[in-house]
Design a protein around this ligand. Sequence first.
Ligand code: NAD
Length: 265
Amino acid sequence: MGRLDGKVALVTGAGRGTGAATARLFAAEGAKVVVADIREDAAASVAAEIGGDAMALGLDVGAEASWKGGVDAVTARFGRIDVLVNNAALLHMAALVDTEVADFERLVRVNQIGVFLGIKTVGAKMKERERGSIVNVASIDGMRAQTGVIAYVSTKWAVRGMTRAAALELGRYGIRVNAVCPEAGSADMVQPYMPEGVDAAAVLPHMQPNLRTQRDRTQADLLGDVAKAILYLASDDAGSCTGTDLLVDGGNLAGRVVKGTPGSE
Ligand SMILES: NC(=O)c1ccc[n+]([C@@H]2O[C@H](COP(=O)([O-])OP(=O)(O)OC[C@H]3O[C@@H](n4cnc5c(N)ncnc54)[C@H](O)[C@@H]3O)[C@@H](O)[C@H]2O)c1
């Protein structure tokens, strides 16, 4: 028995990284998966690798017309959407004073309006059937801030707010809406901002300084944990969870290890 047996699940930004890992896991758990990405070739190759009922979908999450066409295509093939994972997002790194409005707006369009449009378009269909589960991928950057990512941080805090707003409005129709807040993600997203010659996949697992629970774990292990958290919230196992966030951060936000205090060594 798979945890998503018979369910139709659409995952955005599934052409690589967290979205691709989630699509693979969902398929292994019995879902018919729609692998959606603005990069159609990437979506097609992940869908082909999954095989079976997997469907590739070219989708620009920031464009309402793209959502309408995409949802129509999925409904024509599978009849419904039971699970939506709003995972697609962009990163932009720059100091606050160097961040251009155009870059800020680009991130808002994809990371924030993209999630809104997914909830709006797919939520309307779920409402007709009076059931559904939506998981929004926020970030640890939606729970605290970091230097160099003002636009990204603002959109990820917004995703958590929208998660609550949507849960309140859609709950009466049997639709749950939750968020995951991962520390880890795809190295591909961060690689363009790494210094020359530094491999993001090798460095990222060591950027979780507080706890040692992540010691010896690879980037792929960490990303797999994010996919499993998304699976939990998407599935009926999380029947009592809505309007909440699941932090997947290796303990980074638990607090500080203060060197020299009892229990710190
Ligand atoms: N990479 C990290 O370190 C990290 C950490 C915490 C949270 N996250 C979050 O995890 C999620 C997945 O990111 P990832 O780490 O796999 O990054 P990624 O860059 O590897 O994947 C993002 C995917 O989204 C797609 N995409 C971009 N714009 C799109 C659009 N307009 N419409 C549809 N698809 C679009 C890209 O083509 C790409 O395949 C994001 O929400 C991200 O913010 C990432």
